[in-house]
Design a protein. Structure first.
Length: 94
């Protein structure tokens, strides 16, 4: 994902927002969170993720989530990344 994003969009990995660390932070206040099966199927993970999303939204972020299934499917991953880049670009131009 990083190589495709870096072609057009500058981004940060493991960026800190408030007390939370996000997987990817794009311009335009776009956060991408990756949901790997192992970490996100553990007890309490869904509740923690919801608290994190609520906090990020309160900081003015838009949170996009991508599952491990999509990450491992090239065409779907490319579509997700392209959509995230377009959203980021549109937010920067306004």
């Amino acid at each position: 994902m990083a190589a495709c994003l870096s072609e057009r969009t500058q981004f940060e990995t493991e960026a800190k927002i408030g007390r939370w660390v996000v997987d990817f932070l794009l311009p335009g206040r776009i956060v991408i969170e990756t949901d790997g099966t192992y970490w996100h199927s553990r007890p309490g993970a869904k509740e923690r993720d919801q608290r994190k999303v609520t906090a990020l939204v309160s900081h003015g972020m838009t949170v996009l989530r991508i599952s491990e299934v999509v990450m491992s499917d090239g065409p779907r991953l490319r579509q997700f990344v392209e959509s995230a880049c377009r959203l980021s670009e549109s937010r920067r131009s306004t």
